[in-house]
Write a protein that binds this ligand. Structure first.
Ligand code: DCP
Ligand code: MG
Length: 610
């Protein structure tokens, strides 16, 4: 999201300071964004029924249970309006921060923290699935304290449980603990973002009508939440999709990706009835996929997906491709050579194994091993990295192997923001007046990201044309000098092509890096993270933001829609009419949608991939 170029506290990504509840303000469940995206207008609606917002942690839930829980939520879905007087009204959240109640089958703190940040968990009621089942039976939300999923959070769960007797009324003991959540602030849209001047820019919610477009041909016409009511099915199909990708069967993979896209936007739980009435009519769902969906309806899993998951080949290929620098082709080669595990790769590349084979290397050992493997050995005074071109690509795989354990740890939103702040602080020193947006999964609302993607430009439309070129290299060199960037996988003008990202290879200047935050009092040991910095001229800023916000399938369908339906070419660099090469210069993200004749879809509804 466009964000302040000045370092800011994580909470400042949302413009909540003005009217965020103070410590004495009582907790109330304000009417917030409904699943259809309509928003709270005023406080006078306090007496009307309010939905209780529920987030489901998918981990450890088998497909049957996940479907059962989504079914309960669907059965008690908040419809909006004052006429609905049911006591139990639920709303599924795609972002944990928006939730009142988090339902999970995970009972151990360490495991839970892989999915929800502890800081966030302490602000919620964290309950077992039985809370949902029993509340359904009772027809009203039951006290959460009796269903606390984590012993460490029993007290918080009881205290953060939304008021059961009088939904929407103030509860004296619990001030809002979630000032960042847009839903606690009626003046905030789901996304409040900042310009370089610190002015809140808003991203409006997806139009309600778009939620009925699930049958539309292109993903860019539909609303696709991060977590959908048929997430279990989408996950099963994504195993098959991944398998086809790993095997180099890109056409088959694409067919699965399209099917997943449809499922992501379908708003009801898929049962035999809804399958027959709705899904069989969609031409894009092939016969094979339909059989798999029926299998899932029948037994809660897809046989082939489970068999694939258990197969040695799939496991090894998945493992190998999770290493930066190894794509499916190389992974298959390694498999063909008899390699199965990371230890096999370490032997092949002559990398010293972890001192304890049962555990990942500790950070200090990682640093030590990496010393011998660095891709970039330094920078010239002009900021040009010094490296041996011939050895660079060979070397990146061992670096990826050593970094794998750390890069596998997903990044919570607060840390994404912290990294953005550090990068922008350095950028400000180098070049004042830049604007930026954290894009990628973070912008689509993912609670945890695999990497950090930031699109950067300049606020001065005219001067920006001269300022932006070369800035990527200068910033990367500065970050490298200061030890913030530890490795550079790609730097524009230095590597012409990146085999891993062929499809998304635009001509924007970019640095794909490994980054390490400096230690702080609370976090004395930092681990390596992946950071992509993308620089766009001001005229390309909004197309770059859209292109890099993803998801991958949303982006792909955007290009397809532009080409097939509008005779245009869309990519991260810009928007051009094909027949006369007329270039459009959108000044906002919404304008890009307008030019393309598309309904506005906010980033949290662009989660077309599973
Ligand atoms: N992208 C794309 N096509 C690709 C790869 C990426 O269009 N083949 C775009 C869409 C992605 C964005 O770039 O959303 C960022 O790519 P990431 O690989 O960082 O993916 P995400 O940020 O979506 O998820 P995460 O980083 O959490 O895995
Ligand atoms: Mg990303």
């Amino acid at each position: 999201m466009p964000s302040s170029r000045r370092p800011a506290s994580p909470s400042s990504s949302y413009d909540t300071e003005r009217d965020s509840p103070g410590p004495n303000r009582k907790r109330r469940r304000l009417r917030s964004n409904t699943p259809t995206g309509s928003q709270s207008e005023d406080d006078s609606s306090a007496e009307e029924p309010k939905p209780l917002k529920v987030y489901i942690v998918q981990a450890k839930l088998d497909a049957d249970t996940a479907t059962e829980l989504y079914n309960i939520i669907e059965g008690f879905a908040f419809k909006g309006g004052g006429s609905d007087e049911r006591t139990l009204q639920l709303q599924l959240c795609s972002e944990v921060e928006d939730a009142d109640v988090v339902v999970t089958a995970v009972r151990m703190r360490r495991r839970f923290e892989r999915h929800v940040e502890w800081k966030t968990a302490k602000q919620k009621a964290i309950v077992t699935p039985n809370w949902l089942r029993d509340s359904k039976k009772a027809g009203r939300p039951l006290p959460c304290g009796d269903y606390a999923a984590l012993p460490e959070l029993e007290e918080e769960t009881a205290e953060n449980c939304p008021d059961q007797e009088c939904p929407g009324c103030d509860t004296p003991h619990s001030p809002s603990r979630n000032p960042r959540s847009p839903s606690t602030n009626r003046s905030d849209p789901p996304f409040a973002v900042r310009s370089s001047l610190g002015i809140a820019l808003t991203v409006k919610p997806t139009n309600a009508a778009v939620f009925n477009n699930w049958g539309a041909k292109y993903a860019v016409q539909r609303a696709s939440p991060l977590v959908c009511p048929n997430q279990g099915l989408a996950n099963e199909l994504s195993i098959l999709c991944r398998d086809r990708e790993l095997e180099g069967l890109s056409k088959n993979a694409l067919a699965y990706e399209r099917a997943i896209g449809i499922i992501k936007s379908y708003p009801k739980v898929i049962t035999s009835d809804t399958f027959k009435s709705d899904l069989t009519k969609l031409p894009s769902l092939g016969a094979k996929t339909q059989t798999k969906i029926l299998e899932y309806i029948d037994q809660g899993h897809v046989n082939e997906a489970q068999a694939t998951l258990a197969s040695e080949r799939y496991q090894s290929l998945s493992l190998f491709t999770s290493i930066y620098g190894i794509g499916p082709t190389k992974a298959r080669q390694f498999y063909g050579m008899g390699m199965r595990t990371i230890a096999d790769l370490e032997r092949y590349y002559d990398i010293p194994p972890s001192p304890d084979p049962e555990r990942p290397r500790p950070p200090e050992v990682v640093t030590e091993v990496l010393k011998g493997l660095d891709v970039v050995s330094g920078f010239t005074p002009n900021g040009k990295p010094i490296r041996d071109e011939g050895r660079a690509s060979e070397l990146s795989v061992p670096v990826g192997i050593v970094l794998k354990d750390e890069l596998d740890v997903r990044i919570p939103r607060a840390e994404v923001e912290e990294m953005r702040d550090v990068v922008l602080h350095e950028l400000e020193e180098l070049q004042p007046g830049c604007v930026s947006t954290i894009v990628g999964g973070y912008r689509r609302g993912k609670p945890m990201s695999n990497d950090v993607d930031i699109v950067i430009s300049h606020s001065d439309y005219t001067k920006g044309k001269d300022i932006i070129p070369g800035l990527c290299k200068r910033l990367t060199a500065q970050l490298y000098r200061k030890g913030l960037v530890t490795h550079i996988m790609h730097l524009s003008g230095f590597h012409a092509h990146n085999a891993l990202r062929e499809e998304h290879w635009d001509s924007l200047e970019k640095a794909l890096t490994v980054f390490k935050l400096p230690p702080s009092e609370n976090n004395p040991v930092r681990i390596h993270r992946r950071v992509d910095l993308i620089f766009a001229l001001p005229e390309s800023y909004w197309t770059a933001v859209i292109g890099w916000s993803g998801s991958k399938m949303f982006q792909r369908d955007l290009r397809l829609w532009a080409k097939q339906e509008k005779g245009m070419k869309f990519d991260s660099v810009g928007l051009t009419r094909r027949h006369d090469s007329k270039r459009f210069l959108p000044k906002t993200e919404e304008e890009v949608f307008q030019i393309l004749g598309l309904p506005w879809i906010d980033p949290t509804m662009r989660n077309v991939d599973a």
